[in-house]
Design a protein around this ligand. Structure first.
Ligand code: UD1
Ligand code: UDP
Length: 361
């Protein structure tokens, strides 16, 4: 199919980053309409990415904001349905596993356009995670499924999804390759924070399972405080709220080993990753990015969708156990040779190619 009208839906921080290489590839051949659901709205979680990356400004911002999951998802569907009706796209393109992803998948499924899913076939097998529900349902509604790895494609196969699956590699690998040297040239974040390359741990925490459970959050904070190196911790607003509610804010902000900062833009984050000695995170994207930039990752969860990084010996799952976190943050066991995972940095071009050559007759 040539000259497609593609309506791409984003809403949360990682989706702006994933859209950055894909939108550029799509716009070379097709018309793209970009819709921001408004799930993330703070400047540091949204605006900064549109300002610093070469992503077009959204054609629509649905302004949905925060709320209980069902209400937030329903409100997105309600507002997005009107846009899809007006724009009448050939394809609705969604990313990842957020409520914005699911809302757009359901809207597309109930109207004419094809649904295309970037990051298809990932599973944590943990149904307590809202993201697991979102990604499984989205995959099962999709016409085109862009899997980052062969194992993700095999997962889809095992669930009876045989058609429209393309192994493209990971678009976040494309993104990080495109900005790494710019981040080194332009970002002053290390100097600004008084950090030196190779001498600190970079930490992020935002998963509901960690923020909404005081004992898990406390154990994570305690494990990070014992890293044996300074820990830079750009704090997601959800986590900031949770630290206050749990009465842990003072403990974290007065700890001399933890440098708590506001969330940073992508160029600064990539520079912080590039300079880190290792990474501690419960983020999906950051686990992969650590791997791409040759950093040991300590994952603050009991399972991961990015299993290949664990199998390769570069990622250790420690859950929210303070002793396990401390041990993993302090070990100097040598890392194994690094395999190549999740493609070669051309995922966006492969997605564009698959869309162009897809025959829906
Ligand atoms: C969402 C995604 C998660 C993704 C993450 C990326 C779902 C179910 N979760 O989690 O998969 O990993 O984004 O960061 O879609 N808030 C602000 N400012 C904002 C946005 C949120 O202060 O701009 C606060 C609000 O208190 C809000 C809370 O953060 O209630 C959670 O926001 P929400 O978008 O519901 O989920 P995330 O935890 O960000
Ligand atoms: N990120 C960022 N600034 C930060 C923290 C993360 O730019 O302060 C980027 C990071 O490089 C990655 C993405 O945000 O590309 C990950 O988003 P997040 O951890 O919020 O979501 P997840 O990947 O877990 O869905």
């Amino acid at each position: 199919m040539s000259d497609l009208k593609i309506l791409s839906v984003v809403g949360a921080r990682p989706q702006f980053i994933k859209a950055f290489p894909v939108s550029a590839a799509l716009r070379r051949e097709h018309d793209e309409v970009l819709v921001h659901t408004g799930q993330h709205y703070d400047e540091s979680l949204s605006g900064v990415f549109f300002d610093e990356l070469d992503i077009p400004k959204p054609d629509y911002n649905l302004g949905v904001g925060s709320g209980p999951h069902a209400v937030q998802t329903a409100e997105m569907m309600h507002r997005l349905d009107a846009v899809v009706a007006d724009e009448d796209p050939d394809v609705v393109l969604v990313y990842g596993d957020t409520n914005s992803t699911l809302a757009a998948a359901l809207v597309a499924s109930k109207r004419d356009p094809l649904l295309a899913h970037v990051e298809a076939g990932l599973r944590s097998h943990n149904w307590e995670m809202p993201e697991e529900v979102n990604r499984v349902l989205t995959d099962h509604c999709s016409d085109l499924l862009f899997a980052p790895s062969e194992s993700a494609a095999l997962t889809l196969e095992s669930e009876g999804i045989h058609d429209g699956v393309y192994v493209t590699g990971d678009v976040q690998y494309d993104a990080i390759l495109q900005v790494r040297s710019t981040a080194r040239d332009r970002s002053t974040v290390l100097e600004d924070m008084g950090l030196r390359d190779g001498e600190y741990v970079l930490a992020t925490v935002h998963r509901a399972a960690n923020t909404d459970d005081r004992s898990r959050l406390e154990a994570i904070v305690s494990g990070l405080a014992d890293a044996g190196r300074p820990v830079v911790f750009p704090v997601h607003p959800r986590t900031e709220n949770a630290l206050h509610e749990a009465g842990l804010w003072e403990q974290v902000t007065t700890n001399e080993n933890i440098l708590l900062v506001d969330p940073v833009g992508y160029l600064d984050f990539v520079r912080l990753l590039d300079g880190a000695e290792r990474v501690a995170t419960d983020s999906g994207g950051v686990q992969k990015e650590a791997f791409y930039l040759d950093k040991r990752c300590v994952t603050l969860r009991g399972e991961t969708e990015w299993v290949e990084t664990v199998d390769a010996g570069w990622n250790t799952l420690v859950g929210a156990d303070a002793v396990a976190i401390r041990t993993a943050l302090q070990t100097d066991d040598p890392l194994p040779e690094k395999p190549s995972l999740y493609g070669d940095g051309t995922a966006a071009a492969r997605i564009e190619d698959a869309l162009s050559s897809y025959d829906d007759e």
